[in-house]
Design a protein around this ligand. Structure first.
Ligand SMILES: NC(=O)c1ccc[n+]([C@@H]2O[C@H](COP(=O)([O-])OP(=O)(O)OC[C@H]3O[C@@H](n4cnc5c(N)ncnc54)[C@H](O)[C@@H]3O)[C@@H](O)[C@H]2O)c1
Length: 438
């Protein structure tokens, strides 16, 4: 199959490279000329484990190439995937569909012969209908089927998620469209990836419902963490105790600083807006959004309390800035409101992240960036662990304590053991577990 992937970001590049690896011929298109130039030089513009090798192998095999010119690749394609961004619209939280519709118009002008246009971007219910309308309006003779195929990959584990998915959702009632998409995903049947065919609107809603449910699970355990702290329980054991129940499941029950990232915040906001447009109130999702926003701001106060109250003139070391490990993505990372809160309270902030510092500089220009975690901790009055990169899990605790001015550690991901931290002389605060060392 010949595939054109419109948008070569986290989703487009991973999906394009994986489709090429399945044996399809893929052209990844992006209007960002710098991104395409770097990909043509063999440089990967994002940090995603394994992606460099996957891209290199498939470029060498001549199954994968890159261009800024949408028209040729679309004209030759059996399927055109739209994988452009759908950020929150400024001001109201609706999904901004400008990029999707712009791509649809360009596709309409370039398309030739029967083509399946597939929406992989996360889009509100009904966007497929509108994309179809835009294409028919722009090019009435276009022979296209518009399908929905939402993407569920997680940054940091994107290739594995794409190649071994829990499910692939394909939304189209058109038999020709189903056939093309079944053929594109056929290599995955070897990995037992279940293909679920459904209606286009249902597929669109599945993506938002999935993200809202996961955000709810995280937020639920975060509130239970707050209660655990007050009643003297350990949230990790509560999570294990409930997660072993198959009806609940153990995933997404890790208490922390609140969810962030490129998807959950914008997708929960957009789902609430979709529901409002249809006169439905999603009170659970609304509560999740509110609780999560408050939590992110509360984390700075938690650090201040651990550091003795006032942060004025104090130095705080922050380890981990990206919204999760194994990515350089800073979109809506919990570190942003945390660091901003620390600065507002008069602290000086030094930070380290294994992959995200270049991106972080754009969001957080007023802090000092350090080469390694020990340099970061030097002279600090408290250290706060925000992102659980594996590098931070086995730190030399003796050395860390020697570097710090005050041995105060706030671990927002519960990666250290309270007893061990206390034994090394730290005042140690984590999330939903009894404090140690006071
Ligand atoms: N990032 C994730 O983990 C993830 C997971 C699942 C779904 N999604 C969804 O996938 C979509 C893409 O997300 P992303 O994180 O890959 O976004 P991204 O911002 O990393 O990439 C989008 C790319 O599209 C390009 N683009 C925009 N308009 C274009 C056009 N007309 N022609 C060519 N290129 C164009 C941009 O230049 C950019 O490089 C979003 O809807 C997102 O919600 C993301």
């Amino acid at each position: 199959m010949r595939i054109a992937m419109i948008g070569t970001g986290y989703v487009g590049l991973v999906s394009g490279a994986c489709f090429a690896d399945f044996g399809h011929n893929v052209t990844c298109v992006d209007k960002d000329a710098e991104k395409i130039a770097s990909l043509e030089r063999g440089e990967i513009p994002i940090f995603e484990p394994g992606l460099d090798t996957l891209v290199e192998t498939n470029v060498k095999a001549k199954r994968l190439d890159f261009t800024t010119d949408l028209s040729v690749s679309v004209a030759e394609a059996d399927a055109v995937f739209i994988a452009v961004g759908t950020p929150s619209r400024r001001g109201d939280g609706h999904a901004d569909l400008t990029y999707v519709y712009a791509a649809a118009r360009e596709i309409a002008r370039a398309v030739s012969g029967f083509t399946v246009v597939v929406n992989k971007s996360t889009v509100p219910v009904g966007t497929g209908d509108e994309v179809e309308r835009v294409i028919r309006e722009t090019n009435p003779s276009a022979d296209v089927v518009v399908a929905s195929n939402p993407e569920f990959l997680r940054e940091g584990a994107a290739i594995r998620d794409f190649k071994f998915p829990d499910r692939i959702v394909i939304g189209t009632s058109d038999e020709r469209g189903r056939k093309v998409l079944a053929e594109i995903y056929r290599p995955l049947s070897l990995n037992q990836g279940p293909l679920m065919f459904t209606a286009r609107r249902t597929a669109e809603l599945i993506k938002y419902a999935a993200n809202a449910f996961l955000a709810t699970k995280i937020t639920f355990i975060n509130e239970i963490a707050d209660l655990s702290e007050k009643v003297g329980a350990d949230v990790q054991e509560v999570a294990r105790g409930i997660g072993l129940d198959n009806r609940i499941g153990s995933k997404f029950l890790h208490a922390g600083p609140g969810y962030g990232g490129s998807c959950f915040p914008k997708d929960t906001r957009a789902l609430i807006k979709i529901a409002q447009d249809y006169d439905v109130q999603l009170r659970i999702v609304e509560a999740v959004l509110g609780v999560n926003d408050n939590r992110k701001r509360a984390m700075a106060r938690k650090v201040a309390a651990a550091a003795g109250g006032s942060l004025r003139g104090k130095t705080i070391a922050v380890l981990g800035l990206t919204f999760k490990p194994d990515t350089d993505d800073m979109r809506e990372a919990p570190s942003i409101p945390l660091v901003t809160g620390l600065l507002d309270m008069g602290a000086k902030v030094r930070a380290h992240d294994p992959a995200g510092m270049e991106q972080a500089r754009k969001e957080l220009p007023d802090i000092e960036y350090c080469e390694d975690p020990y340099t970061c901790a030097k002279g600090a009055d408290a250290m706060v662990l925000v992102t659980e990169w594996v590098q931070y899990r086995a730190m030399d605790l003796e050395r860390l304590r020697r570097e710090m001015a005050q041995p105060v550690v706030v671990d927002l991901r519960n990666i250290y053991r309270p007893e061990e931290m206390a034994a090394h002389g730290f005042v140690y605060e984590s999330v939903g577990r009894p404090s140690k060392g006071k």
